[in-house]
Design a protein. Structure first.
Length: 183
């Protein structure tokens, strides 16, 4: 009888350890997503300043400027849990920012503007931080996904509502490049 109670206690302890590991992995993935979200918000907050600076020099390039603003607003409108939708929207925004910087090449006075140069540098830094946050999130999502799918953790994960996370990936190879910043 003591042996049976000991085995039951061991099984219960094992279930608790697995459950706690799943909770830890889920929290790490949520924290990692929060990191991406913060960086994307920083970039979105920087874009209006960049647009206003460019407007003064390239007013007739209204279409490009409006596209960047429109895509920024679309990216911010994606629901928080929609990783694939957010990745797609952010990829389109990155393309539009690339066009904006290409536009700046045609305006030497704009390239020489200190505000524009500082905004470009800030955006380049944020893009780098987004890339690091994306890698951290994808690693956390991978760890959670392995735990959710691995035996015997999958026996615990399903009944307790643990599910796989989507990776934050950019589908278009051209979107993967950080917008070129040249002076």
């Amino acid at each position: 009888m003591y042996i049976a109670l000991g085995l039951i206690a061991l099984v219960a302890l094992y279930v608790i350890v697995i459950y706690n590991g799943l909770v830890r992995a889920r929290q790490m993935a949520e924290e990692a997503w929060s990191g991406i979200d913060v960086q994307l918000k920083r970039r979105a907050d920087l874009i209006p300043n960049l647009i206003e600076t460019v407007k003064g020099y390239a007013a007739h390039e209204k279409g490009t400027l409006e596209e960047v603003v429109k895509l920024r607003n679309q990216a911010q409108a994606v629901p928080a849990g929609d990783v694939a939708g957010r990745a797609q929207a952010e990829g389109l925004l990155s393309q539009a920012l690339g066009k904006l910087f290409a536009l700046a090449e045609a305006y030497p006075d704009l390239k020489a503007n200190q505000n524009f140069a500082e905004l470009q540098t800030s955006l380049e830094t944020i893009e780098s931080e987004i890339q690091m946050a994306r890698r951290y999130y994808n690693g956390s999502a991978r760890d959670l996904n392995i735990k959710v799918e691995s035996f015997p953790a999958n026996l615990i994960a399903g009944p307790f509502g643990f599910s796989k996370r989507e990776y934050f990936e950019i589908e278009n190879e051209a979107d993967r490049a950080v917008p070129s910043v040249k002076f």
